[in-house]
Design a protein around this ligand. Structure first.
Ligand SMILES: [Zn+2]
Length: 494
């Protein structure tokens, strides 16, 4: 395996923080311990949170150790088996006991806090995820089973570990102390665990995108009482760079097509599933009178979002989106006056001159003077990383330098498209919000999200914002009569 690629995405995310993350260059080699307390580990939520945390931790750190309290033989065996499947750096170490002071970060599934140590405690109850890295212990009631809350608390906990490992300055994101967040209504107040999950969820689902968010969605659907058929569409195969972000996969999945691999994982969990390996447009062409009513998107590109909207016009699309540390969910229901994906995701309109300026480091007004020659003043005015590039081209024509820079940029963009910064806990948290909104819709629960919720993961979801997004006046979604007719042909009713 190519070690450069394995952790490349989390590494890029840390590097992008610059001096705000003092240990951004050395966090992978630090030591992390995963542990827990018997009382919480013996609940379904505690078990889920423990195994989800293990899945996430191996992707941000090469030295993960596990210590479990006595009497946890079954969970120990399960964790050992999982570790053998997912570890891709060093093997995960299972220890009989540990000296906590030897670790750079400790993540514990439980209720006790250790403010004198680099310690984070997590647990969950129902839709509520709890986390504390300080002196305020999280509440201890954990019996309302819900894997969405469990995965969400693992994401928050591993996010805290990441902050410690990269030595994030508090101005960029403080550690969370006695914090809890509800995936039911996306608020941080109270300790309400929300309504119980339905015992049976009878609906077909389509998942578009089998990457980091898609992995989180599938991980949750495996643990939820889903009784319909689940289809997954993705055109790509898992590559080494996906190991750092996709929580379900291990080395065995490398070079496997994402959609069939996720189909196998769902089937192993007893679900009806079908993976479609290919572009979304090809999948849409196979639909014949039976279109999916609920679609979950885990995509990293605007074009496919638009294709999904234009081809399907389903009852509901829930879309997960991530940036470096930005984490988002948006709902696109047909029957409400809420933005569709065409309304919400607009392609940035960029002039050729601004692209040329970015690629070359020249100012835009200089790009507009193709016959001029590159001067020392151009070098001085260029961004730091472009100065050397321009310095060795002093005396050449602007036209030739711009043309060369744009060609290089296109080739670099193609090469690095698999290396965008990304961390697994942000993607999996977005998946939690996506699946939560889908389940609430299918269970007929009252609406808890108007259209879009977004937050910065390093600052925590309490600082998140709800954005109301109405339909745009000039958007295709305003042609309701035509689209209602299309939906009828698709078997979706009015
Ligand atoms: Zn629209």
């Amino acid at each position: 395996m190519n070690k450069e690629l394995l952790y490349s995405r989390p590494q890029k995310s840390a590097a992008a923080l610059g001096d705000l993350a003092k240990d951004r260059h050395r966090f992978l080699d630090k030591k992390v311990l995963l542990t827990g307390e018997t009382e919480v580990l013996e609940t379904a939520n505690g078990r889920d949170a423990f195994l989800f945390s293990l899945r996430l931790l191996v992707r941000i750190c090469a030295n993960v150790s596990v210590v479990l309290p006595n009497g946890q033989a079954a969970l120990f065996a399960e964790a050992e088996q999982l570790a053998a499947q997912i570890a891709f750096g060093k093997p995960i170490e299972f220890l009989p006991s540990a000296i906590f002071e030897e670790f750079d970060a400790v993540l514990s599934i439980g209720t006790s806090v250790e403010p004198g140590l680099p310690w984070t405690t997590i647990n969950s109850n129902g839709w509520r995820a709890r986390v504390s890295s300080g002196d305020l212990p999280p509440a201890g009631e954990c019996r309302s089973e819900n894997p969405i809350g469990a995965l969400a608390c693992s994401c928050l906990g591993v996010g805290e570990v990441f902050k410690r490992l990269i030595a994030l300055v508090p101005e960029r994101g403080e550690l969370l102390n006695g914090f809890s967040f509800s995936l039911y209504d996306l608020t941080a107040d109270s300790d309400d665990c929300g309504p119980p999950l339905p015992s049976k969820i009878q609906s077909d689902l389509l998942i578009v995108g089998g990457g980091a968010i898609g992995n989180g969605i599938v991980a949750l659907l495996c643990r939820l009482p889903m009784y319909g058929a689940i289809e997954i569409v993705d055109r790509e195969c898992f590559g080494e760079e996906n190991l750092g972000t996709c929580l379900l996969i291990g080395p065995v999945h490398l070079n496997q097509a994402k959609a069939p691999a996720l189909e196998m994982i769902l089937k192993a969990a007893g679900k009806q599933a079908r993976g479609f390996e290919g572009p979304f447009a090809e999948y849409a062409a196979t639909l014949d009178g039976k279109y999916p009513a609920v679609v979950l998107n885990g995509l990293d590109n605007i074009d496919v979002r638009h294709e999904v909207q234009r081809a399907l016009w389903p009852d509901l699309i829930v879309d997960g989106a991530i940036g470096d540390f930005g984490c988002q969910v948006s709902r696109h229901p047909w029957k409400e006056d809420v933005a569709c994906l065409l309304c919400l995701f607009r392609k940035p309109v960029r002039s050729g001159e601004s692209i040329a300026a970015e690629a070359s480091g020249l100012a835009e007004e200089r790009v507009r003077q193709p016959d001029e020659l590159i001067t020392p003043a151009d070098v001085n005015a260029a961004p730091e990383e472009k100065k050397e590039y321009l310095r060795v081209r002093i005396g050449k024509s602007v036209c030739s330098v711009v043309s060369e820079a744009v060609t290089q940029k296109i080739s670099q963009d193609t090469q690095v498209s698999g290396f965008e910064p990304s961390v697994p806990f942000v993607a999996a948290f977005s998946a939690c919000m996506v699946v939560a909104q889908a389940i609430l819709h299918l269970a007929g629960c009252p609406r808890t999200l108007d259209s879009r919720f977004q937050f910065d993961f390093l600052q925590g979801p309490a600082r998140g914002e709800h954005y109301p997004e109405g339909r745009r006046k000039d958007c295709l979604c305003q042609r309701r009569t035509n689209l209602d007719r299309l939906r009828e042909v698709h078997g979706l009713g009015c």
